[in-house]
Design a protein around this ligand. Sequence first.
Ligand code: C2E
Ligand code: MG
Ligand code: MG
Length: 803
Amino acid sequence: MPQFKTTFSFVSRYLKVVIVVFTLLIALSLAWNISNTRQETTRLAELEANTNLNKDRAFRLWATRHGGAYFKVDKDTQPSIFLSHISDRDVKTDSGKVLTLYNPATMLRDIMHDYSKLYGVKTRITAELYLNPENAPDVWEAQALKKLKAGAKTVKEITSINGKPYLRVMHPMPMEQGCLKCHAWTKIPVGGLHGATDVAIDLDKYTSIANDRILKLILTHSIIWLIGIGITLFLGRRLRDKDAILQTNKTQLSILSEALEQSGNGVMITDAEGIIQYINKAFEKINGFKSAELIGMTPRKMKSHLNPISLYENMWSTISKGETWRGEFKNRKKNGTVYWCYETISPIVDEEGKVTHYVGIVEDIEARKIAETHIKQLAKFDTLTNLPNRNFFHEKLNVQLLEAAEQTKLFSLIYIDLDRFKMVNDSLGHSVGDILLSMLSERLMDIKEKNLFISRLGGDEFSIITPLSDSITSIEDDIRTIQQCINEPFFILENDIFMTASIGIAVYPKDGTDAETLIKSADMAMYGAKIHGKNKHLFFEPIHGDFASETMLIENGLRKAIANDELFLVYQPKWDTHSNQFLGLEVLVRWQSPTLGFMNPGRFISIAEETDLIIVLGEWILRQALIKMVDISHVIGFVPKISVNVSPIQFRHDGFNTMVKQALDETNFPPQMLELEITEGALVHDPDMAIDKMNRLCKYGVTFSIDDFGTGYSSMSYLKKFPVSTLKIDKSFVDDIIDDPHDRAIIQAIITLADSFEINTIAEGAETQEQVAILQTLGCYAIQGYWHSRPLEYPALLDYFKN
Ligand code: C2E
Ligand code: MG
Ligand code: MG
C-alpha cells in the first residue's frame, strides 16, 4: 500500500501547515492588539498631560493678562522674595490691610504643588533663567528646554522617576507682554522662549489598565487559537480517515479492475439501460470487438438472431427482479462467426435497491458445445456399425408410438438375433465377428427405399422399426429382404461365412401400445423363433410368453440366490500406468446358479432391475463388499478403495442413502474409500433429486463416478451440476482405439472436458499394451482392464496384494 502512505503524509503535512499558519495569524493579531493597547494607553496619558498643561497655560495667560493678583498678607500668604524687585509688590489698602502681589508663576507653582499632592500629577514651571531655585530644571527638563529652544513645539518622553515610569511632556512658555512686569530682568523679548511648563504623568495606572487588557487579549486569543486548532485537528482527522477509506477503496478498486482485466472469462458491464460501459481483455478476445467499438453500444451488436425469444424474455424477467440469470447464448463475433457462450448476468443495485448496472460474465463454450454435440451424436450411434444404437432406438420408438397413435396407423417392431454368432467369434476371432457385423449393417442400410429404421441393440442383436402404414401386408416382403441380407454369405479373410437369424415381429397396436410391451413382445417372438430351431421369423402370439421362461427362471432363481449363498463377488483392480500404482477395485457380482449354471451380471442384472429385486441384491452386494474389504484390510494392512456399481433403480429408491450410510456404519468401512458407480441414466430422470442425494452422500465422504461414459446422454451441462469425481470411459471406445481415429477423438474429447471440470478419467476394458500406450498418449493413465488384471475372486485378490 505505498500510495496509501503517501497520501496519508500529505494530509499530515497539509495539517501542519494549516496549524502553523493559524498560530502565526493568532500571534500576529495578539502582537498587533498588544501594541495598539500600549499605544492607546500612551495616548491617554498624553491626553491627560496635555489637558493639564493646557489648563496651566490658560490659567497663566489669564493671570498674566490681569497682571497677577494681590492677596492679603497672612500666615500662609507671604510676600514673595522673588518679586522683591517689583516696586509695587506690596500695597496697603485704605483700610490698612497689606496686600502682596502673586504673579502667575508663583500662583501656578503653589497650585501645582497642591495638585501634585492631591492627584499625583506633577506639573511644573521651569526656565533656564530663574530666580526661584525651585524652578531650576532637572536633567530631563534641561534637555527638553534645549529641544524647545531648538524649535520643537513640544517634547514628550517616557522616562523613569525614582524607578517608576512616567510620561513627561513639556510645552514652551513664550514671553508675553504681561510677563515683562516680573521677568523683564531676563531680557528675553516678547515672543522669545521664556520657560516651559511640563508635566509628569505616572504611567503605573495606565500600565495596569493596559496589562489588564493585554491579559484579556491573551486569554481571548488563546481560546480562539485552541478552538481553531481543535477544529483543524478534528477536520484533519476526518479528512485523513476519509482519505484512508478513499485510498483503501482506490486500492481495492485497482486490484479488482486488474483482476477483471486479467480474468480468463469475458466481463461486460452495462448501465441500467443496457449501454455497455466496460469490457475486459478476455471479452475482446472472445468477440473480436475492441473496447472502443463496444463502449456506448448495446449488446445487440453481438446478437446472432439465433436464440429463441423466450430465452431473452426469461433473462430479462430474471434480472429485472434483481436476480442472477445464467444461460447459454449464441452470439456473433466481429468477423460474423457465431459461437456459443455461457453467460452469467447479475444486476448491481444501489442502496435503494434500484438497478444501476448489469455485470455479464461470458465464457466461450464453443469448444465444449462442439465436443458435446459430437459426443451426443456419437452416443446415438453404434461405433462399430455406425447404425443407431439402443438409446437412439428407444428415442425413435417413442416418437413412432406417438405418431402412430395420433394418425391411427400401424407399424412393426422387428427384433433380429444372429444364430450361433458366438461360434464365429470363438472360432474365427472377435475381429472377424466385428467385420461380419459391419458388413451386415451395410447390407441392411442399403434397403433404403423401404425407409426402415435399423439399429444395433448390442452384440449380434438388431432391431428394425418399419414406417407407419395402414396395413401390415408389406411386412413379409421386408422380412424376406432382411433375411436375404443375412443369408447371403459373408466373405471375410478368405472364408465364406453363412449366417442365419431368429426374427421376432411385434405389431403396433395389436401386440403392445407402449414401448416396453412392444419390445417385450418382439423379444418373446424372437425367443420363440430361436427355441423353434432358429433361422426363422415369428409374429408375436401370446403363447410366446412361455418362451420368456428363461427370464422367469432367472427371476425366480434370483429371489433365492442370496439366501442360498449362490452369489459371490469378484474384484477388478484399477491401475495408474504412469506411476505404476494400485488405484482401487471395482466390485462385480457373479451368480453360480445350481439350475441355470454360472452367470455374468449382464444376464441377470437387467431382470433384477425389472422386478425391483435389484434393491435387495444391491444392498447385499454393497454390504458383502464392505465386509470383505474390512476383512482383507486386516491381512494386507490397508483398506483398498472400492467402487460399487449402483443400478439407476437402486439409486432412485427412497431408502438408498440411509442404506449406504447404515452399511458403512455397521461394517466400520471408511466412507472415503467407497466410490459409487452410477450411469447417466440414473441422473437424467430427476436431476435435482439426484444432485441432492449425491451431495448428501458426498458430505458423508462417499464419492461418485459415472460408468460407461459416452454411451448415454453425455450432456456436459448435466455433468457440471453433479458432484462427480471420475468418468469411466466406456469399453466400446477403448475396443477400437487402435484402428478407429473417431474413437480416439471421442476419448480425447472426454478427457479434455473432464479436465476442464477437474474430473478424473479412467478407461475401462483396456486389454492390450497397444491400447494402454495410446490411452497414455491421450493423457489417460488410469485404466481398468484385462491388460492389468481380470476380475479376481477373493483368494486370487489376496494373492494379487501379496505380489
Ligand atoms: P461395468 O460396471 O462397466 O463393469 C465392467 C465390465 O467390463 C465387467 O463386466 C468387467 O468384467 C468387464 N471388463 C473389465 N475389463 C475388461 C476387459 O479388458 N475386456 C473385457 N472384455 N471386459 C472387461 P461384468 O462383470 O460382466 O459386468 C457387466 C456389467 O454388469 C457391469 O458393467 C455393470 O454395469 C453390471 N454389474 C456388474 N456387477 C454389478 C453389481 O454388483 N451391481 C450392479 N448394479 N451392476 C453390476
Ligand atoms: Mg462399473
Ligand atoms: Mg463400465
